[in-house]
Design a protein. Structure first.
Length: 75
């Protein structure tokens, strides 16, 4: 059971991270100053997305929806 949840969380995170890579572009990631500005923001957003996914998977749909709305306003 834990393997299943771990796979779901890892797949969602990797999918989201791949989308972030496509948005930033490959050339921006090769330059170190751009990467240093980009990495903390991406890690913070990844933590929020994982938290949202966990709330949704652990049967807290109301809390997940509230967090999703807040992320929409903040993002």
């Amino acid at each position: 059971m834990q393997r299943r949840w771990r796979r779901i969380v890892c797949a969602a995170f990797l999918h989201w991270l791949a989308l972030r890579f496509l948005r930033v572009g490959r050339l921006g990631l090769l330059r170190l100053p751009a990467l240093c500005r980009w990495l903390p923001r991406v890690l913070g957003q990844a933590l929020l997305h994982i938290t949202l996914l966990l709330f949704a998977l652990l049967d807290f749909p109301g809390l997940a929806l509230l967090l999703f709305v807040l992320l929409g306003f903040l993002g």
